[in-house]
Design a protein around this ligand. Structure first.
Ligand code: TMP
Ligand code: MG
Ligand code: ZN
Length: 195
């Protein structure tokens, strides 16, 4: 976003609920680097195989090539970074092990632009994994919203739906899915069933 030639690195985070356009925004920023002839690498969590494994794909089907990385081994990113790379782009960053924070901080300190997209909140409406720390460390945070599928207001949360009903709070945090199991909702319409 504010990338400059004097190589002061930075971390940018694009967050918000599902269907807010996080991946679209990530792809938009990537295209701008393309025009600026900056070299970059795009990574994604290897568990996100919803639309494709070798690509980052938005719900609107925009796509761009990406390297799948094991969420428990963010250090694999290091294998791909060469001296000519000026930016690292990571989608679904919320899934990664907390060691990714140190790694991204190291590269930002070295002058790289780090652009991440991820869910700030899980289906319970609670901060998702590493996101609080990443958001605190970031120079720039873009919080996107979607439209509530119930009332049409601004949606800041993601509703998980299992068999047509709100998911129970005890259900596992990670469950890859799209429209069949998730909806964008506002604070008022978001439901969590405690059990
Ligand atoms: P998206 O932000 O690109 O729409 O993708 C979010 C992914 O995260 C999607 O595969 C569903 C998954 N997910 C979870 O694993 N746990 C959750 O609590 C939520 C809300 C989403
Ligand atoms: Mg996405
Ligand atoms: Zn609503």
């Amino acid at each position: 976003m504010y990338y400059s030639e004097n190589k002061i690195g930075e971390i940018e985070v694009i967050c918000g609920p599902m269907f807010a356009g996080k991946t679209e925004e990530l792809i938009r920023r990537t295209r701008r680097m393309e025009y600026a002839k900056k070299k970059y690498l795009i990574f994604k969590a290897n568990i996100d195989n919803r639309y494709s494994t070798g690509e980052v794909v938005s719900h609107n089907k925009s796509k761009i090539k990406a390297i799948p990385i094991d969420i428990n081994k963010p250090e694999d990113i290091e294998k791909y970074v060469t001296d000519d790379i000026s930016a690292l782009v990571i989608d679904e960053v919320q899934f990664f092990d907390k060691s990714i924070i140190k790694l991204l901080t190291k590269y930002a300190n070295q002058g790289l632009r780090i652009i991440c997209a991820g869910l700030d909140l899980d289906f319970k409406g609670e901060p998702f994994g590493i996101m609080p720390e990443l958001l605190a460390l970031a120079e720039h945070v873009t919080k996107l919203t979607a439209i509530c599928m119930v009332c049409g207001e601004e949606a800041t949360r993601t509703q998980r739906i299992i068999d047509g009903k709100p998911a129970k709070a005890s259900s596992e945090t990670i469950m890859v899915g799209a429209k069949e199991s998730y909806e964008a909702r506002c604070r008022k319409c978001h439901e969590v069933v405690n059990d």
